[in-house]
Design a protein around this ligand. Structure first.
Ligand SMILES: *Cc1c(COP(=O)(O)O)cnc(C)c1O
Length: 362
Protein backbone atom coordinates (compact mmCIF):
# COMPACT_ATOMS: atom_id res chain seq x y z
CA UNK A 1 0.00 0.00 0.00
CA UNK A 2 1.28 3.49 -0.85
CA UNK A 3 1.42 6.25 1.72
CA UNK A 4 -2.00 7.89 1.97
CA UNK A 5 -3.10 11.48 2.40
CA UNK A 6 -4.08 11.34 6.03
CA UNK A 7 -6.43 14.13 7.12
CA UNK A 8 -6.60 12.90 10.72
CA UNK A 9 -7.09 15.48 13.47
CA UNK A 10 -4.22 13.86 15.34
CA UNK A 11 -1.97 11.96 15.39
CA UNK A 12 -1.50 13.40 11.96
CA UNK A 13 0.73 13.37 8.90
CA UNK A 14 4.37 14.29 9.32
CA UNK A 15 6.64 15.54 6.53
CA UNK A 16 8.22 12.61 4.71
CA UNK A 17 11.72 14.03 5.08
CA UNK A 18 11.32 14.14 8.86
CA UNK A 19 10.25 10.49 8.93
CA UNK A 20 13.12 9.60 6.63
CA UNK A 21 15.66 11.31 8.86
CA UNK A 22 14.31 9.39 11.86
CA UNK A 23 14.46 6.21 9.82
CA UNK A 24 18.04 6.85 8.76
CA UNK A 25 19.15 7.33 12.36
CA UNK A 26 16.82 4.75 13.88
CA UNK A 27 19.43 2.08 14.58
CA UNK A 28 22.39 4.31 15.20
CA UNK A 29 22.07 7.97 16.12
CA UNK A 30 25.18 9.76 14.80
CA UNK A 31 28.01 9.46 17.29
CA UNK A 32 25.94 7.47 19.79
CA UNK A 33 26.18 3.88 18.55
CA UNK A 34 22.56 3.26 19.53
CA UNK A 35 19.02 4.38 18.79
CA UNK A 36 17.62 7.46 20.53
CA UNK A 37 15.10 5.01 22.03
CA UNK A 38 17.92 3.12 23.72
CA UNK A 39 19.79 6.17 24.95
CA UNK A 40 19.87 7.14 28.60
CA UNK A 41 18.28 10.51 29.18
CA UNK A 42 21.20 11.33 31.46
CA UNK A 43 23.72 11.47 28.65
CA UNK A 44 25.23 14.50 26.91
CA UNK A 45 23.85 13.16 23.61
CA UNK A 46 20.24 13.20 24.82
CA UNK A 47 20.62 16.45 26.75
CA UNK A 48 21.81 18.04 23.57
CA UNK A 49 18.76 16.68 21.68
CA UNK A 50 16.46 18.19 24.32
CA UNK A 51 18.27 21.51 24.60
CA UNK A 52 18.53 21.90 20.84
CA UNK A 53 14.79 21.19 20.49
CA UNK A 54 14.03 23.79 23.12
CA UNK A 55 16.27 26.40 21.52
CA UNK A 56 14.77 25.84 18.10
CA UNK A 57 11.23 26.15 19.45
CA UNK A 58 12.22 29.41 21.15
CA UNK A 59 13.56 30.68 17.85
CA UNK A 60 10.49 29.54 15.89
CA UNK A 61 7.94 31.07 18.24
CA UNK A 62 9.97 34.09 19.32
CA UNK A 63 9.61 33.05 22.95
CA UNK A 64 10.79 35.85 25.30
CA UNK A 65 13.53 35.10 27.87
CA UNK A 66 11.17 35.42 30.82
CA UNK A 67 9.22 32.37 29.59
CA UNK A 68 10.16 28.74 30.26
CA UNK A 69 9.58 25.86 27.86
CA UNK A 70 8.65 22.47 29.31
CA UNK A 71 8.25 19.08 27.66
CA UNK A 72 5.53 17.31 29.61
CA UNK A 73 3.88 13.90 29.44
CA UNK A 74 0.17 13.17 29.40
CA UNK A 75 -0.73 15.15 26.29
CA UNK A 76 -2.81 18.30 26.31
CA UNK A 77 -5.34 16.67 28.61
CA UNK A 78 -2.89 16.52 31.51
CA UNK A 79 -2.47 20.27 31.10
CA UNK A 80 -6.20 20.69 31.74
CA UNK A 81 -5.36 19.53 35.28
CA UNK A 82 -1.94 21.13 35.64
CA UNK A 83 -3.16 24.60 34.77
CA UNK A 84 -5.73 24.47 37.58
CA UNK A 85 -3.27 22.89 40.02
CA UNK A 86 -0.49 25.42 39.43
CA UNK A 87 -2.23 28.71 38.71
CA UNK A 88 -4.90 28.50 41.41
CA UNK A 89 -5.23 27.46 45.00
CA UNK A 90 -8.07 25.24 46.11
CA UNK A 91 -11.34 27.15 45.99
CA UNK A 92 -10.02 30.04 43.88
CA UNK A 93 -12.11 31.41 41.05
CA UNK A 94 -11.11 30.56 37.48
CA UNK A 95 -12.71 31.55 34.18
CA UNK A 96 -13.30 29.48 31.06
CA UNK A 97 -14.51 30.39 27.58
CA UNK A 98 -16.42 27.40 26.25
CA UNK A 99 -15.89 27.17 22.51
CA UNK A 100 -15.98 23.40 22.11
CA UNK A 101 -15.50 20.01 23.64
CA UNK A 102 -11.86 20.44 24.67
CA UNK A 103 -12.70 23.72 26.41
CA UNK A 104 -15.45 21.93 28.31
CA UNK A 105 -13.09 19.13 29.30
CA UNK A 106 -10.48 21.62 30.46
CA UNK A 107 -13.05 23.28 32.68
CA UNK A 108 -14.24 19.94 34.07
CA UNK A 109 -10.72 19.36 35.39
CA UNK A 110 -10.58 22.83 36.91
CA UNK A 111 -13.86 22.14 38.73
CA UNK A 112 -12.07 19.46 40.77
CA UNK A 113 -10.00 22.17 42.44
CA UNK A 114 -11.39 25.61 41.73
CA UNK A 115 -14.60 27.50 41.41
CA UNK A 116 -14.53 27.40 37.63
CA UNK A 117 -16.94 29.71 35.86
CA UNK A 118 -17.88 29.52 32.19
CA UNK A 119 -17.94 33.21 31.29
CA UNK A 120 -19.15 32.59 27.75
CA UNK A 121 -20.14 29.74 25.47
CA UNK A 122 -20.96 29.27 21.81
CA UNK A 123 -22.94 26.11 22.49
CA UNK A 124 -26.12 27.94 21.46
CA UNK A 125 -24.95 27.68 17.84
CA UNK A 126 -23.23 24.31 18.13
CA UNK A 127 -19.83 26.00 18.57
CA UNK A 128 -19.77 27.45 15.07
CA UNK A 129 -18.38 30.82 16.19
CA UNK A 130 -15.99 32.44 18.69
CA UNK A 131 -17.83 34.67 21.15
CA UNK A 132 -16.38 38.10 21.85
CA UNK A 133 -14.96 38.56 25.36
CA UNK A 134 -15.14 41.94 27.05
CA UNK A 135 -13.31 42.95 30.24
CA UNK A 136 -16.51 43.17 32.27
CA UNK A 137 -17.15 39.45 31.66
CA UNK A 138 -14.09 38.45 33.71
CA UNK A 139 -15.02 37.51 37.28
CA UNK A 140 -13.29 39.84 39.77
CA UNK A 141 -10.52 37.87 41.50
CA UNK A 142 -10.37 35.17 38.82
CA UNK A 143 -6.90 33.62 38.75
CA UNK A 144 -6.91 33.21 34.99
CA UNK A 145 -9.00 33.05 31.86
CA UNK A 146 -8.61 29.84 29.86
CA UNK A 147 -9.33 29.75 26.13
CA UNK A 148 -9.00 27.11 23.43
CA UNK A 149 -7.17 28.90 20.63
CA UNK A 150 -8.12 26.55 17.83
CA UNK A 151 -11.15 24.30 18.18
CA UNK A 152 -10.11 21.09 16.48
CA UNK A 153 -13.53 19.44 16.39
CA UNK A 154 -15.60 22.42 15.27
CA UNK A 155 -13.07 24.15 13.01
CA UNK A 156 -13.02 27.58 14.67
CA UNK A 157 -10.19 29.75 15.99
CA UNK A 158 -9.49 33.02 17.76
CA UNK A 159 -8.10 35.48 15.24
CA UNK A 160 -7.11 37.98 17.90
CA UNK A 161 -6.07 37.74 21.53
CA UNK A 162 -9.21 38.13 23.66
CA UNK A 163 -9.68 40.77 26.35
CA UNK A 164 -8.98 39.39 29.80
CA UNK A 165 -9.13 42.40 32.13
CA UNK A 166 -5.54 41.94 33.30
CA UNK A 167 -6.13 38.47 34.70
CA UNK A 168 -3.74 35.79 33.47
CA UNK A 169 -4.45 34.39 30.04
CA UNK A 170 -4.00 30.66 29.43
CA UNK A 171 -4.50 29.04 26.05
CA UNK A 172 -4.73 25.54 24.67
CA UNK A 173 -3.19 25.97 21.22
CA UNK A 174 -2.84 22.21 20.60
CA UNK A 175 -4.10 22.17 17.05
CA UNK A 176 -2.53 25.35 15.69
CA UNK A 177 0.86 25.71 17.39
CA UNK A 178 3.60 26.11 14.75
CA UNK A 179 0.93 26.07 12.05
CA UNK A 180 0.24 29.76 12.52
CA UNK A 181 1.92 32.66 14.27
CA UNK A 182 0.93 32.91 17.94
CA UNK A 183 1.94 36.05 19.87
CA UNK A 184 3.47 34.30 22.90
CA UNK A 185 3.90 37.53 24.87
CA UNK A 186 0.09 38.02 24.89
CA UNK A 187 -0.26 34.92 27.05
CA UNK A 188 0.88 33.85 30.50
CA UNK A 189 0.79 30.19 29.59
CA UNK A 190 0.35 28.29 26.33
CA UNK A 191 0.15 24.53 26.08
CA UNK A 192 -0.23 22.14 23.19
CA UNK A 193 -0.31 18.41 22.62
CA UNK A 194 2.42 17.47 20.15
CA UNK A 195 0.51 15.17 17.82
CA UNK A 196 -1.02 17.79 15.56
CA UNK A 197 1.80 19.95 14.30
CA UNK A 198 4.84 18.76 16.25
CA UNK A 199 5.27 15.00 16.13
CA UNK A 200 4.12 11.91 18.00
CA UNK A 201 1.42 11.85 20.67
CA UNK A 202 1.77 11.57 24.42
CA UNK A 203 3.69 14.78 24.92
CA UNK A 204 2.66 18.35 25.54
CA UNK A 205 4.71 21.49 25.24
CA UNK A 206 4.13 24.16 27.85
CA UNK A 207 5.36 27.72 27.40
CA UNK A 208 4.85 29.75 30.54
CA UNK A 209 6.01 32.87 32.30
CA UNK A 210 8.77 31.96 34.74
CA UNK A 211 7.07 34.02 37.47
CA UNK A 212 4.25 31.42 37.55
CA UNK A 213 6.57 28.54 38.34
CA UNK A 214 6.64 27.84 42.07
CA UNK A 215 4.27 30.68 42.90
CA UNK A 216 1.77 28.06 44.00
CA UNK A 217 3.73 24.84 44.51
CA UNK A 218 1.00 22.97 46.35
CA UNK A 219 2.67 19.98 47.99
CA UNK A 220 -0.65 18.12 48.10
CA UNK A 221 -0.60 18.05 44.31
CA UNK A 222 1.26 15.00 42.92
CA UNK A 223 4.80 15.81 41.86
CA UNK A 224 4.17 15.01 38.19
CA UNK A 225 1.38 17.59 38.16
CA UNK A 226 3.55 20.48 39.35
CA UNK A 227 5.52 22.74 37.01
CA UNK A 228 8.30 23.48 39.51
CA UNK A 229 9.86 20.00 39.68
CA UNK A 230 9.66 19.81 35.88
CA UNK A 231 11.32 23.19 35.47
CA UNK A 232 13.98 22.59 38.14
CA UNK A 233 14.98 19.39 36.35
CA UNK A 234 14.94 20.69 32.75
CA UNK A 235 11.81 18.60 31.96
CA UNK A 236 13.55 15.48 33.32
CA UNK A 237 12.18 14.98 36.82
CA UNK A 238 11.66 11.39 35.72
CA UNK A 239 12.46 9.69 32.43
CA UNK A 240 10.98 12.02 29.83
CA UNK A 241 9.32 10.83 26.59
CA UNK A 242 12.74 10.78 24.93
CA UNK A 243 11.69 9.63 21.48
CA UNK A 244 8.81 12.12 21.27
CA UNK A 245 11.16 14.95 22.26
CA UNK A 246 13.60 13.80 19.58
CA UNK A 247 10.85 13.68 16.92
CA UNK A 248 9.52 17.11 17.94
CA UNK A 249 13.11 18.36 17.60
CA UNK A 250 13.22 17.06 14.03
CA UNK A 251 9.92 18.82 13.31
CA UNK A 252 11.34 22.09 14.69
CA UNK A 253 14.43 21.76 12.50
CA UNK A 254 12.18 21.11 9.50
CA UNK A 255 10.02 24.15 10.37
CA UNK A 256 13.10 26.36 10.49
CA UNK A 257 14.25 24.98 7.14
CA UNK A 258 10.82 25.79 5.70
CA UNK A 259 11.38 29.43 6.63
CA UNK A 260 9.75 29.54 10.06
CA UNK A 261 6.21 29.80 11.36
CA UNK A 262 5.20 32.81 9.25
CA UNK A 263 6.08 30.90 6.08
CA UNK A 264 4.23 27.81 7.29
CA UNK A 265 1.23 29.97 8.14
CA UNK A 266 1.22 31.32 4.57
CA UNK A 267 1.17 27.80 3.16
CA UNK A 268 -1.47 26.66 5.64
CA UNK A 269 -3.66 29.68 4.90
CA UNK A 270 -3.39 28.93 1.22
CA UNK A 271 -4.37 25.28 1.76
CA UNK A 272 -7.34 26.31 3.92
CA UNK A 273 -8.49 28.97 1.45
CA UNK A 274 -8.38 26.48 -1.40
CA UNK A 275 -10.77 24.26 0.54
CA UNK A 276 -13.06 27.02 1.83
CA UNK A 277 -13.27 28.60 -1.62
CA UNK A 278 -14.25 25.28 -3.10
CA UNK A 279 -16.86 24.64 -0.41
CA UNK A 280 -18.32 28.18 -0.65
CA UNK A 281 -18.79 27.75 -4.39
CA UNK A 282 -20.16 24.25 -4.13
CA UNK A 283 -23.85 23.43 -4.36
CA UNK A 284 -23.36 20.25 -2.38
CA UNK A 285 -20.84 20.92 0.36
CA UNK A 286 -21.33 23.47 3.13
CA UNK A 287 -19.25 24.78 6.00
CA UNK A 288 -21.25 25.86 9.04
CA UNK A 289 -18.62 28.12 10.65
CA UNK A 290 -18.86 31.89 10.94
CA UNK A 291 -16.45 32.90 8.13
CA UNK A 292 -14.31 35.21 10.25
CA UNK A 293 -13.75 32.50 12.86
CA UNK A 294 -12.74 29.74 10.46
CA UNK A 295 -9.75 27.62 11.47
CA UNK A 296 -6.92 27.21 8.98
CA UNK A 297 -6.06 23.84 10.53
CA UNK A 298 -9.37 21.99 10.69
CA UNK A 299 -11.89 22.50 7.90
CA UNK A 300 -15.33 21.05 8.62
CA UNK A 301 -17.94 20.45 5.94
CA UNK A 302 -21.16 18.60 5.39
CA UNK A 303 -23.05 16.89 2.61
CA UNK A 304 -26.85 16.90 2.26
CA UNK A 305 -27.33 13.33 3.52
CA UNK A 306 -25.78 10.51 5.53
CA UNK A 307 -25.79 8.35 2.39
CA UNK A 308 -23.79 10.97 0.52
CA UNK A 309 -21.31 11.16 3.38
CA UNK A 310 -20.87 7.39 3.39
CA UNK A 311 -20.45 7.29 -0.36
CA UNK A 312 -17.82 10.04 -0.30
CA UNK A 313 -15.88 8.27 2.46
CA UNK A 314 -15.85 5.08 0.38
CA UNK A 315 -14.66 6.91 -2.69
CA UNK A 316 -11.98 8.73 -0.65
CA UNK A 317 -10.56 5.46 0.62
CA UNK A 318 -10.15 4.17 -2.91
CA UNK A 319 -8.14 7.28 -3.76
CA UNK A 320 -5.82 7.05 -0.76
CA UNK A 321 -7.54 9.82 1.20
CA UNK A 322 -8.29 8.82 4.76
CA UNK A 323 -9.69 10.20 8.02
CA UNK A 324 -12.00 12.85 6.58
CA UNK A 325 -14.90 11.71 8.72
CA UNK A 326 -16.07 14.44 11.11
CA UNK A 327 -15.81 14.03 14.88
CA UNK A 328 -18.59 11.90 16.31
CA UNK A 329 -19.94 14.99 18.12
CA UNK A 330 -20.60 16.93 14.92
CA UNK A 331 -20.83 14.30 12.21
CA UNK A 332 -20.23 15.32 8.62
CA UNK A 333 -16.70 15.63 7.38
CA UNK A 334 -13.49 17.28 8.47
CA UNK A 335 -10.11 17.76 6.86
CA UNK A 336 -7.25 18.48 9.24
CA UNK A 337 -4.52 20.13 7.22
CA UNK A 338 -1.62 20.63 9.61
CA UNK A 339 1.99 21.37 8.67
CA UNK A 340 2.58 17.79 7.53
CA UNK A 341 -0.19 17.86 4.90
CA UNK A 342 1.28 18.78 1.53
CA UNK A 343 -0.59 21.11 -0.86
CA UNK A 344 -0.83 18.15 -3.21
CA UNK A 345 -3.02 16.34 -0.64
CA UNK A 346 -5.45 19.26 -0.46
CA UNK A 347 -5.63 19.35 -4.26
CA UNK A 348 -6.42 15.64 -4.31
CA UNK A 349 -9.16 16.16 -1.74
CA UNK A 350 -10.74 19.00 -3.73
CA UNK A 351 -10.55 16.90 -6.89
CA UNK A 352 -12.37 14.13 -5.03
CA UNK A 353 -15.09 16.50 -3.79
CA UNK A 354 -15.49 18.02 -7.23
CA UNK A 355 -15.77 14.64 -8.95
CA UNK A 356 -18.27 13.55 -6.33
CA UNK A 357 -20.36 16.67 -6.79
CA UNK A 358 -20.32 16.26 -10.56
CA UNK A 359 -21.41 12.67 -10.41
CA UNK A 360 -18.03 11.26 -11.42
CA UNK A 361 -18.18 8.47 -8.86
CA UNK A 362 -15.40 5.84 -8.75
C1 LIG B 1 -6.15 17.11 20.53
C2 LIG B 1 -6.51 18.17 21.47
C3 LIG B 1 -6.50 17.96 22.86
C4 LIG B 1 -6.23 16.61 23.48
O1 LIG B 1 -4.91 16.24 23.34
P1 LIG B 1 -4.38 14.92 24.06
O2 LIG B 1 -2.93 14.96 23.70
O3 LIG B 1 -5.12 13.77 23.45
O4 LIG B 1 -4.61 15.03 25.50
C5 LIG B 1 -6.79 19.03 23.66
N1 LIG B 1 -7.10 20.23 23.16
C6 LIG B 1 -7.14 20.46 21.82
C7 LIG B 1 -7.49 21.82 21.31
C8 LIG B 1 -6.84 19.43 20.94
O5 LIG B 1 -6.87 19.65 19.62
Amino acid sequence: MDRVYNFSAGPSMMPLEVLEEAQRDMLNYPGAGCSVMEMSHRTPAFESILNQAQENLRKLMNIPDDYAVLFMQGGATMQFSMVACNLANEGDITNYAITGNFAKKAMEEAIRRTEAIAITSSKDANFTYIPEITDDMITPGAKYLHITGNNTIFGTRYTKTPNHAGTRLVADWSSAILGQDIPVADYDLIYAGAQKNMGPSGMAIVILKKEIIGEIDDQKVPVMLRYKPAFDNNSMYNTPPTFSIYMAGLMFKWAIKMGGVKELEKINTMKANMLYDYIDNSKMFTNPVNPKDRSIMNVTFTLPSEDDTKALLEMAKKRGIINIKGHRLVGGLRASIYNGMPIEGVKKLIELMDDFENGKRD
